[in-house]
Write a protein that binds this ligand. Structure first.
Ligand SMILES: *Cc1c(COP(=O)(O)O)cnc(C)c1O
Length: 394
């Protein structure tokens, strides 16, 4: 018990005390008025978070459940989709689609790089049968941020739906679905929303709803049209995840009290902080160009085994980092900075990372990496470092 536990993983993420206190409350009944008011309060706040006027459906499942509900609810077997595959979660779209009996065409991009809207446009031009594009806003397995706004500009001109997995983006970087023209945006509770796992959220555009209305249900549990009818009454189709909904209202209050713009700015500043610190340590960046604001993927010096670094950081310093996935397992460490994480956690994360790399026999550069990182954080908060992002809604 020497250390505090610091969850610097890209989900689940730490919980603020305000949310934990709400989660500790006794049960209320999900068909009675108190719960309905909480559902209406959640709806109002979720529409702001998603940037939509359409209902945002709460689904009792992890994020993958919402991905499943999207493909089953928007597409019929034998319909064709284009999947952007630049990591584990891109591949997941293809796996879900295969079970649904969809025809999948993949647009493979190297792990660590983002897709381009031109490549999506070319793939759609080459195959007019494609009914939907499936992608991640933020590919958590690599730390890449895909240009969803630019891809949406391509799909909204055509009869093609854009289905975006925003699980490590919603509440972390701007992703206003109506403005950008995203047809399906979904997320999970355990990443940017400062909640435990177990709740997913999904919204559809008007044209996606028209498509959903024509699809015969493929299973009993996920039924988007029936969920929408329930949400309008402050209800869910089956027993609601009561505590998670109450916690959601609290966490959304925290985000909106601060204002989404300052939340995004904080996420941007934490990203600048992690990247600057890691670069000062002489580490490589897996996503050098287009990177997400919720985690930073670093490439370790040759010969330093990432799994050993990750386990030592946890054991010796209480800092929980994530390893790389698949072929990146031996060499990549992912520093999560989403949810209830602040600058002091990143200082701890960088210090534990350096010490653990050295423990594994590697050498890490600069002594003033913590100062550099903190200076980058402060400058980014004031909009001085790097390209200052244009914030979409406040
Ligand atoms: C975490 C994550 C998922 C998987 O979510 P589960 O809640 O584990 O089902 C899918 N996509 C992205 C981008 C994620 O970050």
């Amino acid at each position: 018990m020497l250390n505090k536990t610091r969850l610097l993983t890209p989900g689940p993420t730490p919980l603020p005390e305000r949310v934990r206190l709400v989660l500790a409350q006794d049960m209320i009944h999900h068909r009675k008025d108190a719960f309905k008011s909480a559902m209406f309060a959640a709806q109002e706040r979720l529409k702001i978070l998603f940037g939509t006027t359409e209902p945002v459906l709460p689904l009792t499942c992890s994020g993958t459940g919402a991905m499943t509900a999207a493909l089953h609810g928007l597409l019929a077997p034998h319909e064709k989709i284009l999947v952007v595959e630049g990591g584990k979660f891109g591949q997941r779209w293809s796996q879900i689609a295969a079970v649904r009996g969809l025809v999948v065409s993949t647009l493979v991009v190297p792990w660590g790089t983002a897709v381009t809207a031109q490549a999506v446009a070319a793939a759609l031009d080459a195959d007019p049968e494609i009914k939907a594009v499936c992608m991640q806003v933020s590919e958590t397995s690599t730390g890449v941020l895909h240009p969803v706004q630019a891809v949406a500009a391509v799909t909204r001109q055509r009869d093609v739906l854009l289905i975006a997995d925003g699980i490590s983006a919603v509440g972390i970087s701007p992703c206003p679905m109506d403005d950008w023209g995203i047809d399906c945006l979904l997320t999970g509770s355990q990443k940017g929303l400062m909640l435990p796992p177990g709740l997913a959220l999904l919204a559809l555009s008007p044209r996606a709803w028209r498509k959903a209305e024509q699809i015969a249900p493929s299973c009993f549990y996920f039924n988007l049209c029936k969920e929408r009818a329930n949400v309008e009454k402050g209800q869910t189709l089956f027993t609601s995840p009561v505590s998670l909904i109450l916690g959601l209202v609290e966490s959304l209050d925290m985000l909106l009290e601060q204002g989404l713009e300052s939340i995004y700015r904080k996420q941007w500043a934490l990203t600048m902080m992690a990247r600057t610190g890691a670069l000062a340590l002489g580490l490589g960046m897996l996503a050098p160009q287009s990177y997400t604001w919720g985690l930073t993927s670093v490439v370790l010096p040759a010969g330093v085994p990432a799994p050993e670094v990750v386990s030592h950081a946890a054991k010796a310093y209480g800092v929980y980092l994530a390893g790389g996935q698949d072929q990146l397992k031996p060499s990549v460490v992912r520093i999560g900075h989403m949810g209830w994480v602040d600058w002091s956690d990143i200082l701890a994360g960088l210090a534990a990372l350096k010490a653990s790399i050295e423990h594994a026999g590697g050498y890490c550069g600069s002594r003033d990496y913590l100062e550099c990182a903190f200076a980058a954080y402060q400058a980014a908060l004031q909009g001085k470092v790097g390209e200052v992002p244009a914030f979409i809604h406040s």
